[in-house]
Write a protein that binds this ligand. Structure first.
Ligand code: NDP
Ligand code: HSE
Length: 441
């Protein structure tokens, strides 16, 4: 290992002094001795930038220069590596990252939105200029899952990756389960605790999890990242009644991202990437993941099932992942951002979900009058869906709305779609049905 006292320091330009940026400064200060011993050289944050120069951030920035324009960090002679901790798929974060990679400076980022949208282009730019692009913190905060897949599991063929990828949603769903509290109150708590994105619709709409899933699928399958192909739905339609029904049936509800790789004839592999609230059997390890914790499962053909679990958000865990990437760069590790040289990543077209076989929970909201259940079950029969169980909640008053919750036997997904088409527009349904897949063990 190089001697930290004799090798040139790695000089860092850091953009973004919010939760993650300040966390990185604190970690570098508090664990300096350990970090520099592992990096083999000193790490110095020489320049910083954020929107507001006058804001008190509870950290002494006086030893660091202030860059008025964050993109200038890329062209400064006293900066070797840029830490982009601002966020946003477009705008100054992207401008800075492009400029830094183009000028041969490594970039460490926590920005999953930017990597999901522009990862391939940025990886090409880095490769062309010999610059590292690292984004461990972009997926599942403090859990070293990017490294785990790219390095630890690199000898395996991975055909399925899935998990709980959004701490805010997991916090909301598990709090609703525990306390019966309303969605809106729990979301507010998640925002106050710093888990939620600046725009929380990215969290509750499943988009943040989709960003992370697209990154994991690319690394795990050696595929060109394809965020647009992720079929995404969030948790806003999940009601307390669904959580209660799921519990009665032996499940919990979690927002799950699943990526499958169908290996076809040479060069014809396809990916199916989906983020949806799912019913998780209580015996499954993901059912026990509560609060803002994230967990990722990867199935390798030699390693078997790997489970990565830990804090998916927050200052300390996210800073831990950012600094680990900086240490790698300090050691001279450039690496392939998505596990394969960027020109070898293959384009995988989206797979057709219709033929997949699975079980579903379906919640209908119906007018409580004679014939309604017969209409629903007839549609199931005509579409070839076999019903495993069916629960109707007691009504509050004659003729009022009630919930009917159904669990199907295993069958092709397209059959459930066909049943819902048959029921579309039926006056018996007072709202669109909600379909939640049941995660297989
Ligand atoms: P914050 O909102 O806490 O901080 C963002 C920082 O960026 C602020 O310092 C802000 O400046 C600065 N900033 C925003 N826009 C501009 C701009 N146009 N020009 C200059 N500076 C700007 O965000 P986080 O720290 O939570 O997140 C940063 C990144 O890390 C994001 O990509 C996020 O997705 C990712 N991430 C966050 C996690 C977390 O737990 N928070 C976990 C994993 C990833 P100012 O303070 O002056 O307003
Ligand atoms: N908003 C994200 C979450 C932060 O809730 O998981 C970590 O990426």
């Amino acid at each position: 290992m190089a001697d930290a006292s004799t090798t040139k320091p790695l000089r860092i330009g850091l953009a973004g002094l919010g939760t993650v940026g300040i966390g990185v400064l604190r970690l570098l200060e508090e664990n300096r001795t350990t970090i520099e011993a592992r990096a083999g050289r000193a790490l110095q944050v020489v320049t910083v930038n954020a929107r507001d120069k006058t804001k008190d951030r509870g950290f002494d920035l006086s030893g660091m220069a202030w860059a008025d324009d964050m993109v200038d960090l890329a062209s400064r002679d006293d900066v070797d590596v840029v830490a982009e901790l601002v966020g946003g798929s477009e705008g100054p974060a992207l401008d800075l990252t492009r400029a830094a990679l183009a000028s041969g400076k490594g970039v460490v980022t926590a920005n999953k939105a930017m990597i999901a949208h522009h990862g391939l282009e940025l990886a090409k730019l880095g490769a062309a200029n010999g610059a590292a692009l690292k984004f461990e913190a972009a997926v599942a905060g403090g859990i070293p899952v990017v490294k785990g897949l790219r390095e630890g599991a690199s000898a395996n063929r991975i055909e399925r990756i899935y998990g709980i990828l959004n701490g805010t949603c997991n916090f909301i769903l598990s709090e609703m389960e525990k306390s019966g509290a309303d969605f809106a109150d729990v979301l507010k708590e998640a925002q106050e605790m710093g888990y939620a994105e600046a725009d929380p619709s990215f969290d509750i709409g499943g988009i943040d999890a989709a960003h992370k899933l697209a990154i994991l699928a690319s690394i795990g399958f050696g595929a060109q990242i394809d965020f647009d192909a992720v079929a995404t739905s969030g948790i806003t339609e999940v009601r307390a009644a669904d959580i209660a029904q799921a519990k009665a049936l032996g499940f919990v509800i979690r927002l799950i991202g699943v990526a499958d790789c169908d290996i076809g004839e040479a060069g014809t592999s396809r990916m199916l990437q989906r983020v949806r609230p799912c019913l998780v059997p209580k015996r499954h390890p993901l059912a026990h993941v509560t609060g803002p914790t994230n967990a990722v499962v990867a199935e390798g053909n030699f390693s078997g099932r790997l489970l990565f679990q830990g804090a998916g958000a927050g200052e300390g865990p996210t800073a831990s992942a950012v600094v680990a990437d900086i240490i790698d760069i300090a050691r001279g590790d450039i690496g392939a951002p998505f596990s394969l040289p960027v020109d070898d990543l293959v384009h995988m077209a989206p797979a057709d979900p219709g033929g997949r076989v699975g079980r579903d929970y379906i919640r209908f909201t119906v007018s409580d009058r004679p014939g309604v259940l017969a209409e629903i079950t007839a549609a199931m029969r005509d579409a070839g869906v076999s019903i495993e169980s069916l629960i109707q909640q007691g009504r509050e008053s004659a003729g009022s709305e009630v919930l009917v919750a159904m669990v199907t036997h295993e069958g092709p997904e397209r059959h459930v779609g066909k049943a819902l088409e048959l029921l579309d527009g039926s006056p018996s349904l007072t709202a669109s049905p909600l379909v939640l897949p049941i995660l297989r063990d």
